[in-house]
Design a protein around this ligand. Structure first.
Ligand code: ATP
Length: 534
């Protein structure tokens, strides 16, 4: 009989998300569809709160610029399907691919750069060490464990012994073709079933109109950014923005990921929050540093702890071909710990996108900088130099993050296992501002006029923030459910309310209870919650 295993933190979070209505597998009654997820009643509230906070901090009240003055960022909501030439110009048709490897025996498909290979060694009872060959496992925090378990099974069949931990993994892609043929794939037991890595385009294709032909072929966008570049000229011509300025967009993106995994971390349909910052080429470096700082501040404002966040500069061989420099904001996910995984990329894209779209569309996408012209004139610069310097293709700094990945980070950061809690040991300590439900309103029992008072209070409170009214079950169970979904406050109307017009307010993290006058509850909570999302 297989030994019972304790669920990992990630498994517990996934289970809580399903049980309480945050995230469900998409089309579950048909067996699901790998890489697709639905956000349930609480998940959509949480996601919208994070989305609104990003929008507020980018478009409504963007940060103050390095010179102490406000900066301009405008919003956009562009189509998911664009003229397919867009993706030729952006490089996605030619280059948006991951190397993938198929297993000829099992028909499984893996991302080649996710396959980690190590030599298997077993110390036999005789004292000899046997080499059993090269074995591949999928990268991740449990790679070593998975590897040892697999080799252990194999060793038992061949006389037993102690499996020595792998001496270090090498990515499949870094092996020679000859070595790759000797590798045993993750789901088989014999070598030589893995194909050579092949490029696999990640864009989903569709057809526009009634005819399905090469001419009607189109793509679901793999990123929201290109829609911004396509409208850059219209935005300049129809609004009052001047370089430097930003255009922000939130929306769905689609990537036919080879190996969607780790819950909503890598899915095939997801949401992005991207901002393209257009600036003078000489100032691009300054703005790159500015956005690095600002974006880190934003993640901290979501309640993400400093020790779980880091900035990681891309190595030269990691940079996209168009990027001059890129830094990733990374988070220590439960499935990457002690290592980190990507949360947001901040890229200095130079003039690549605008130049490419200009070349492919035949439209001029350069910028005439009137302010700079005036400044140069004042400095006595020659007319030829002024002409040359005042017209340029802006450079772009792009902070690109995943909204659905942000939901995952907030959930991971908030998840607690507290053995001292009654009714549940699991809770979500979400920063109150972002909690899906801000306040639960409960009559202690369903009699003595308590439900009437509670319902009236609920109707008032929900004008200010998301509330839930619940009169069923014992009060302890109602508190426990609110702890599990991260509700920061619960108000209970009890027997004392009728006598002295006070209620109990319970705070989630400390479980402390306070008596507050009924007519002061709204003001009390509005004060505590500040300016909440949702
Ligand atoms: P990765 O290296 O994880 O594949 P990427 O570098 O290709 O990501 P970008 O193209 O920079 O990602 O996209 C910006 C952001 O969009 C990422 O930082 C991530 O938060 C989010 N994102 C990208 N791909 C996915 C996905 N398949 N599922 C969920 N979020 C994603």
């Amino acid at each position: 009989m297989a030994e019972p295993t304790t669920p990992s933190v990630m498994e517990k979070i996934v289970s809580l998300c399903k049980r309480r209505g945050f995230v469900y597998p998409a089309s579950e009654i048909y067996g699901g569809l790998n890489g697709f997820w639905d956000y349930g009643p609480l998940g959509v509230l949480l996601k919208n709160n994070i989305r609104d906070w990003w929008w507020r901090n980018m478009v409504i009240t963007p940060p103050i610029g390095p010179d102490g003055h406000p900066i301009d960022i405008v919003g956009l909501d562009s189509s998911i399907v664009q003229n397919p030439k867009t993706w030729v110009a952006s490089g996605h048709v030619g280059g948006f691919s991951d190397p993938m490897v198929d297993d000829r025996e099992t028909k499984q498909r893996y991302r080649a750069d996710h396959l980690m290979v190590a030599a298997a060694r077993v110390k036999r009872k005789s004292g000899n060490t046997d080499e059993l060959g090269l074995f591949a496992v999928l990268s991740g925090d449990d790679a070593s464990d998975v590897f040892v378990k697999k080799i252990d099974k194999l060793a038992r069949k061949t006389g037993g012994g102690e499996v020595l931990p792998p001496e270090g993994f090498t990515p499949f892609t870094k092996l020679s073709a000859e070595q790759r043929q000797q590798v045993v794939g993750p789901d088989v037991s014999t070598p030589g079933t893995l194909t050579e890595p092949r490029d696999f385009n990640l864009m989903f294709q569709t057809y526009v109109g009634a005819l399905q032909s090469e001419e009607s072929k189109a793509y679901l966008r793999p990123e929201t950014a290109q829609g911004i570049f396509l409208q850059y000229k219209n935005i300049i011509d129809t609004t009052r923005v001047k370089v430097p300025f930003g255009v922000a967009q939130i929306g769905k993106s689609f990537r036919n990921e080879v190996t969607p995994r780790n819950f909503i971390f890598r899915s095939r349909e997801f949401e992005q929050m991207e901002m393209e910052w257009f600036c003078h080429p000489d100032e691009a470096r300054k703005w790159y540093e500015f956005w690095k700082d600002e974006r880190m501040k934003w993640w901290r404002s979501l309640g993400v702890s400093e020790s779980n966040l880091r900035l990681r500069d891309h190595e030269a061989d990691e940079l996209s071909f168009y990027s001059k420099m890129t830094v990733d904001i990374e988070y220590r996910y439960p499935f990457t710990a002690p290592d980190f995984g990507e949360l947001e990329g901040i890229a200095h894209r130079g003039e690549y996108d605008l130049s490419q779209h200009s070349k492919h569309s035949g439209q001029k996408l350069d910028y005439f900088d009137q302010d700079l012209q005036v400044k140069l004139k004042e400095q006595g610069v020659s007319p030829e130099e002024i002409k040359a310097k005042s017209r340029y293709v802006p450079n772009v700094i792009e902070p690109a993050s995943g909204l659905t990945r942000a939901v995952l980070v907030v959930l991971c950061e908030a998840y607690r296992n507290d053995p001292n809690r009654q009714g549940t040991t699991e809770m979500l300590s979400i920063r109150p501002q972002f909690a899906p439900i801000k306040c639960g309103v409960f009559p202690l029992v369903q009699k003595e006029g308590m439900p009437e008072v509670a319902e009236k209070l609920y109707l008032d409170l929900r004008q200010h923030f998301t509330c839930e009214y619940d009169q069923k079950q014992a009060i302890g169970r109602r508190y426990a459910r609110m702890d599990e979904i991260g509700t920061p406050f619960c108000v209970t109307i009890d027997g004392q309310t009728a006598q002295d017009q006070t209620v109990t307010i319970r705070e989630r993290d400390s479980m402390a209870q306070e008596r507050v006058a009924l007519d002061k509850v709204t003001g009390y909570l509005v004060d505590k919650l500040g300016n909440p999302c949702g």
